[in-house]
Each structure stands twice: as C-alpha cells, then as structure tokens.
Design a protein around this ligand. Structure first.
Ligand SMILES: *Cc1c(COP(=O)(O)O)cnc(C)c1O
Length: 357
C-alpha cells in the first residue's frame, strides 16, 4: 500500500522540461546564453517605461480580457477582436488550442523534430501526438502529414520557420496542403520566428487564415519583440476557435505588466524590427562563416541555426560550456545555436573549426 496521492499516469510519464541552460563565466570569459532563441537586446526605453507605469497598479487584478492588447492587435493585423485569443506565452496559447480542439484520444499532428512543447501539451491534455518525420532536407513533409490524418485528427501544427531546424514551409506547399485538409480540422501555423524570415516563398500565415476557414496563426512577443520573461502570445484564427482559446485561458493569465509591455512593443515595431534586421544580418554573417569552414547546417529563416553534428554533438556542447557559451544540443542529432550577441558566435566558430580538424 502506498500512501501517495495518485497522479495521472500521463503526467508521471512526462519528460522533464529542458530549459535552455545558463552557464557561468569561465576564467575571464563572460557567459552567454544562446540556447533558448532569446533576443539579446534589452527592453527599449519606451517599453521599460510602460512596464514601470503598470507596476504601480499591481495590487489590482489585470484586465481579464486584455482589452487594450487585443484592440492593438486587431488594428495591427487588420482583424476583428473576436478573431484573437491571447495567453501566457504562445506555449500557453498552444495548450489552450489543444484543450479547445482535442478530447481524450483525439490526435494532434505535427512534424518531428519540431517545437518540443507540442508532445508535452498533447500528453497533458490526454490527446495523442502523431509525429511525422521531417524530410531529409529538414523541411516539413506535408504529404506525409496529410497521409497521417484520421477521423480522430483535430489539430495540425505547422511550425514555420521550424524550431529547431529554422526551415520554412513554402506558400505553394502550404496551399496544396490546405486544399486537402478536411475543413473540420484546425491547422495552426506557428509563426514564433516569422519576423526573422527573409524568404519571399515562405508561408504567409495571415494569408492562409484569410483564405481558409480552418486556419489560425500563432505568434509570440518572446522572440522578435524581446519579451520572453513576460509570457505573452496570441492566436489569430476563426472566431469560434478564438472564443474557445479565451474560454480555456487561465483567468488573469496575462499580467497587467505583460499587457502594457506588449502594447508598447507594438507601438515601437520600427525600432524593434531594426534590431531584428541586425540579427538577420548576423545570422547571414554566421552561416557565411560556416560556409567558409565547410560546416554543414540547415538554411535558417529564424534567429537560430541548426548544425547537424551527429555523434559530435555532446562533445561540442561541452566545449561550448568551457567557453562559457550555452547552446541547445539534441544529443546524437545536432545543435541549435541562437543568433544572439556577436562575441559568443565568434567563440563558437572557433570551436567548430577545431572540432572538425
Ligand atoms: C519560442 C517558441 C514559442 C514561443 O513561446 P512563448 O511561450 O511565447 O515564449 C512558440 N513556438 C515555438 C515554435 C517556439 O520556438
């Protein structure tokens, strides 16, 4: 007889979440974190100011409907407030989407590898993850994803640019795909990194949303907008789904500070996107260096680069740690390197060069 309260088997089977590791300095080397695709820039003064202003009111509950943020998003994306649902990070919104669409035993399809939160969220909801392997070139195998649809399929995530590969789905591929997905199945285009895309052939999630009744877009303030710690993301999609996303939200889940910072960030897009441009230039500089070194990587339209190091992955991650840089290793497969500050990227290039020789 055990005396422990019973926890659902699905929960005890969950893998522990591997957050991007923080390293400490080594010798006189300053530490850098390139493991979670964060924005290396600190908050803009205008955003900081909005946060301080909101902080004066934290003895009050936030607006449960995030009215100001929803209105600002509606204007920014030219949609109605009824087509928007916000949440505690887009991870929170992912969870709301699964809870909104899948009953126990229903199926959620996504590529693999893709965002690590998808299988965890599905499992917690009692849904079944259907993981469709990426193509050899790292792209989504949309034909195989179509073939994986059953009468239990309720939701399909298409992450583009994909985390952790940085690869995109093209608009042409997506159009062909959406033409064949049954209309009762929700397709969510996870565009967490879309602001870093410079490939004109890539999917435009909002265009898909406007052309199909079963498509929605997932966005976040955590990456390009640099608000990772404040936890705010949003969904734009069919009204009934957006309504369900609002119904499944944790009450008061978006704090007043997060809402104020997100609204201020939308007003400061010009400055923020100039920073995004700098990161894109740095990404292209970094992959140019990889080309020079003859190191294989996947073409990335995100703020990170996937380097398939196979069995060398673990050793490389350890070497990075000695150089006070944390990256995100997927052991036996490869490493995802965030495009953050320039200095740690230089250290990484030196390590990759040494690793190969
Ligand atoms: C980082 C990321 C998110 C955003 O997560 P937040 O909860 O908004 O911080 C969503 N989707 C993908 C694929 C990501 O990599």
């Amino acid at each position: 007889m055990t005396s422990e309260p019973r926890v659902r088997a699905a929960i005890s089977e969950l893998p522990a979440y591997k957050a991007g590791k923080k390293v400490s300095g080594a010798g006189d080397l300053a530490p850098f974190k390139l493991s979670s695709n964060e924005n290396p820039y600190p908050p803009l003064p205008s955003v900081h100011e909005a946060i301080v202003e909101a902080a004066a009111e934290i003895h009050r509950y936030p607006d449960p409907f995030s009215t100001r943020l929803v209105a600002a998003l509606a204007q920014r994306f030219d949609v109605s407030p009824q087509q928007i649902g916000v949440g505690t990070g887009s991870v929170g919104v992912c969870q709301q989407l699964v809870q909104s669409t899948a009953d126990a035993g229903d199926e959620v399809i996504f590529a693999w590898r893709s965002f690590e939160a998808y299988p965890i969220i599905a499992k917690i909801a009692g849904a079944v993850s259907v993981q469709v392997p990426l193509r050899a070139d790292g792209g989504h195998d949309l034909d195989a994803m179509l073939a994986a649809i059953t009468d239990r399929t309720r939701l399909i995530f298409v992450c583009t640019p994909n985390n952790p590969t940085g690869t995109i789905v093209t608009q042409v591929e997506m159009d062909q795909f959406l033409a064949k997905v049954p209309a009762h199945i929700l397709v969510v285009v996870d565009e967490a990194y879309v602001e870093f895309n410079r490939d004109d052939s890539a999917v435009d999630g909002m265009k898909c949303f406007r052309e199909h009744n079963n498509v929605g877009v997932l966005r976040t303030f955590s990456k390009a907008y640099g608000l990772a710690a404040l936890r705010v993301g949003f969904f734009i999609g069919p009204e009934n789904v957006a309504h369900a996303v609002r119904m499944t939200a944790v009450p008061f889940g978006v704090s007043s500070i997060a809402e104020a910072a997100a609204v201020a960030s939308l007003a400061a897009e010009e400055e923020l996107f100039a920073r995004v441009n700098e990161l894109v230039e740095r990404r292209d500089w970094f992959t140019g260096k990889l080309d020079d070194l003859g190191i294989r990587y996947l073409p990335s339209q995100a703020n990170f680069v996937w380097v398939p190091l196979g069995e060398k992955t673990q050793r490389f991650a350890e070497l990075c740690e000695l150089q006070a840089v944390s990256v995100r290793p997927f052991f036996g497969e490869g490493v995802r390197i965030s495009i953050g500050e320039q200095e740690p990227l230089e250290r990484i290039l030196a390590l990759l060069k040494a690793l190969d020789s």
